[in-house]
Design a protein around this ligand. Structure first.
Ligand SMILES: Cc1cc2nc3c(=O)[nH]c(=O)nc-3n(C[C@H](O)[C@H](O)[C@H](O)COP(=O)(O)OP(=O)(O)OC[C@H]3O[C@@H](n4cnc5c(N)ncnc54)[C@H](O)[C@@H]3O)c2cc1C
Length: 449
């Protein structure tokens, strides 16, 4: 190992870029290999006409402490914007608004839930309060203990049909693309504690501003698809393909593989059983992200709406981008993201994007009481992999996996599969992988001194 160490990071999503940033801070010379022509992975911001569109992750939440800390640390404070959050919840043709800065009052006064439902909801609140210490970002043993039933089983046992249909199901579906019939109740409790937050945050350049900025600090090679990683215990060889340049192999002191499950399994046949067990059993939820720029701005105050499956099984949530952060649409124009369900995408593989757009426009009409003017711009993305499914028992597997992570190999892994999924989880995973690599380096440098 040379004095400063060289490290390859494979995958330029937020897990990889966080790992790259931390390794650079620790003194490594870092090279990021990214197969796409952009960094960010499932974080993707584009400009189309007058509109700034987040096609993947929509916001930074107030509980994303590590992501927010990194935004400030890398020097993006001047781009950081904060917006008070209002949640829309439709029921029987009426959109109810809950001001999340006054969550208790909003919960007590909303007409989206009946008085009996509110009484029953005290049970959910009590369960969340009782388990609150275990509902963090690093509490997998505690999450494993309450990972004993699905959201539907819990809803039927502890709540009632109304709360299951109009609260529990839309909460896990609208935030995690999750199926309540499969999803662990631990994720519901975690979501109530961590995702019903008073404010959402963003960057004026879009959610992708963070990974894009980090990519300017390290050697980032776009359109470099890694096909093999080999660890011979003295170095790591990385073989990649790039357009027009064919296949090449370079050698590094260490490597972090920060891709989704399938490419990681393919590129690294030496993957240990602990990771293999987690990656091979991971299932992603599909998600349609349809972003539409309108010539007029609707008056509706909601930042986002969670759509109960009973109301519309195809749409899981709607984000009013023009409300979530300044500068997404010009004054007077609207920008709306309609998120379409996994099951809907499964049924519509054969349809062209134009039909998917029409379906999203139908949802806008329905939940905004008509179209806000003309459609000026749009983007349709059918994500095959949005968020890992957290079925019943998954937290128990994750807790077991985490107890068996071996920090000694030169090849480490980062992703949103080994924890609470999402942007912040992936970023922390990247930081932890970098810390394991840095610790090995310090030990080896000391041993050879
Ligand atoms: C529409 C949508 C909305 C979302 N909304 C939210 C939200 O609001 N809040 C939230 O917290 N999370 C949200 N998520 C989830 C969040 O985006 C992910 O959990 C997170 O970004 C995962 O980051 P990652 O780095 O682990 O993976 P990825 O972002 O998937 O990054 C992996 C990278 O590896 C690259 N790669 C793959 N194979 C190779 C190879 N062979 N060689 C080189 N590179 C390779 C890929 O191109 C990709 O860039 C959303 C996701 C989607 C799709």
């Amino acid at each position: 190992m040379n004095e400063h160490g060289t490290a390859a990071v494979i995958g330029g999503g937020i897990a990889g870029m966080a790992a790259a940033y931390e390794l650079r801070k620790a003194g490594f010379t870092v090279t990021v290999f990214e197969s796409r022509d952009r960094v960010g992975g499932r974080i993707w911001t584009i400009r189309k006409g007058d509109f700034l569109m987040d096609l993947g992750t929509a916001v930074y939440l107030g509980t994303y402490r590590d992501a927010i800390a990194m935004i400030h640390e890398v020097g993006l404070t001047h781009e950081f914007v904060e917006t008070a959050a209002v949640m829309g919840l439709p029921r029987d043709g009426v959109m109810h608004h809950l001001d999340l800065t006054k969550l208790v009052r909003a919960g007590l006064t909303t007409r989206a839930i009946s008085p009996m439902g509110k009484l029953k909801a005290t049970r959910l609140v009590a369960d969340v309060v009782r388990n609150r210490k275990g509902l963090g970002y690093d509490t997998y043993d505690e999450l494993a203990k309450i990972d004993t039933e699905t959201v539907t089983e819990y809803g039927r046992r502890a709540l009632n049909a109304e709360l299951l249909e109009y609260l529990a199901q839309p909460l896990v579906s609208g935030t995690w693309v999750a199926d309540a019939n499969e999803t662990s109740v631990a994720l519901l409790h975690w979501t109530v504690r961590n995702m019903l937050v008073s404010h959402v945050y963003n960057l004026t350049s879009g959610v992708a501003g963070l990974p894009e900025h980090v990519s300017t600090l390290v050697d980032t090679r776009l359109e470099h698809r890694v096909v093999n990683v080999t660890n011979d215990n003295t170095s790591v060889s990385v073989t990649y393909e790039s357009p027009g340049a064919g296949q090449h192999t370079e050698t590094f002191d260490a490597c972090v593989i920060a891709t989704t499950a399938e490419p990681a399994l393919e590129m690294y046949p030496q993957m240990d059983d602990n990771h293999r067990g987690l990656y091979e059993t991971n299932r992603y939820r599909r998600l349609g992200s349809i972003v539409i720029g309108f010539s007029e701005r609707p008056r509706d105050s909601a930042t986002f709406c969670l759509i109960p499956g009973k109301d519309d099984p195809d749409t899981i949530s709607i984000v009013a981008d023009h409300n979530k952060a300044p500068g997404r649409a010009p004054e007077g124009k609207g920008l709306i993201t309609v998120l379409l369900a996994h099951e809907y995408l499964d049924r519509t593989d054969h349809l062209p994007d134009a039909d998917i757009l029409d379906r999203a426009v139908e949802s806008v009409k329905r939940y905004y009481g008509g179209l806000p003017g003309e459609v000026e711009e749009h983007a349709v993305v059918r994500w095959a992999e949005s968020v890992p499914a957290i079925g019943k028992g998954r937290f128990r597997r994750i807790a077991d996996f985490r107890r068996h992570i071996d920090p000694t190999p030169r090849v480490q892994f980062a992703s949103d599969m080994d924890r609470i999924p999402g942007l912040n989880g992936a970023l922390v995973s990247g930081k932890e992988a970098a810390a394991r690599v840095s610790a090995q380096f310090s030990r080896r440098v000391k041993a050879t001194a």
